[in-house]
Design a protein around this ligand. Structure first.
Ligand SMILES: NC(=O)c1ccc[n+]([C@@H]2O[C@H](COP(=O)([O-])OP(=O)(O)OC[C@H]3O[C@@H](n4cnc5c(N)ncnc54)[C@H](O)[C@@H]3O)[C@@H](O)[C@H]2O)c1
Length: 254
């Protein structure tokens, strides 16, 4: 039983949150957990069916408030239009795509599209949301363990490293104005993005065997950190990153 005083600190009653990439995986889990904690949530995604499914998941919990809107985060004008009447306390950037290619196989178009969603998409949401944010406010950016190490794929890894830098820069710029900015770096999490790789049992077990906690992660493992960073429990936390990878990169066996 959680003490009532602790529930009050975690409670997001009366707060408005926007979550991108909320039609699947980590974004969906973040949107649902913020709504369960009492926030009124605006869930954004390019995938209308994904958003319907997220609404379905949220509606299984009584008293949650979750609105949805279909939008492409790489389109600044579209994001500005969706957020123009908002009064926001929490912003979660999670929409992302993968490009599993080496430098040799990454075309200019691949590079541009990954950067347009995974980096410029985050900028577009920040640019549109911050003018509509209340103080104190909290911004949470989903990066990746790939942003910390030289693994994976050129465009994806570059964008995720840039999100770590961007979050630190904005923490300095927006902190004096009452807005905290942090990132969360997931390790291997079973979501739409990784399902092709991780639904193969051999591959999943191979990764789990190299992970100190001997499992891949679930979207809720990341959403729990998003809840912490959105709530007053993290009132003195800004400019930092929470790496949630089951210990994988602390012991990478090269
Ligand atoms: N799954 C992992 O192992 C893992 C690891 C590290 C980081 N991440 C990051 O977590 C975030 C969420 O990914 P996920 O694993 O939940 O993947 P996912 O594919 O399940 O969800 C990503 C969501 O983003 C949406 N999206 C894609 N392009 C969009 C656009 N242009 N505009 C709006 N929405 C768009 C998709 O429709 C999808 O619903 C991503 O930023 C990803 O890079 C994931």
């Amino acid at each position: 039983m959680v003490h009532e005083s602790l529930v009050n600190v975690i409670s997001l009653n009366g707060r408005r949150a926007v979550v991108t990439g909320a039609g699947s995986g980590i974004g969906r889990a973040a949107a649902v957990i913020l709504a369960k904690a009492g926030a009124s949530v605006l869930a954004l995604d390019i995938d209308r069916e994904g958003l319907s499914a997220t609404k379905g998941v949220a509606s299984q919990v009584s008293d949650v408030e979750l609105d949805v809107a279909t939008v492409d985060v790489s389109d600044l004008a579209a994001i500005e239009s969706v957020l123009s009447d908002e009064s926001l306390d929490i912003v979660v950037n999670s929409a992302g795509i993968m490009a599993p290619d080496s430098l040799a196989t990454t075309s200019g178009q691949d590079w541009d599209r990954v950067l347009a969603v995974n980096l410029t998409g985050y900028f577009n949401v920040l640019k549109s949301a911050v003018p509509h944010m209340n103080r104190p406010g909290s911004i949470i950016q989903i990066s990746s363990m790939m942003g910390h190490i030289g693994l994976a794929f050129p465009a994806y890894t570059a964008a995720k490293g840039a999100i770590l830098s961007l979050s630190r820069q904005l923490a300095g710029e927006l902190g004096p104005d009452g807005i905290r900015v942090n990132s969360v770096s997931p390790g291997m999490i079973l979501t739409g993005m990784t399902q092709d790789d991780l639904s193969d049992g051999d591959q999943r077990h191979r990764i789990a065997d190299r992970t100190p906690l001997r499992t891949v992660g679930a979207p809720d493992d990341i959403a729990n950190a998003v809840l912490y960073l959105a709530s007053d429990l993290s009132a003195f936390v800004t400019g930092t990153d929470i790496l949630i990878d089951g210990g994988l990169i602390s012991t990478l066996d090269l």
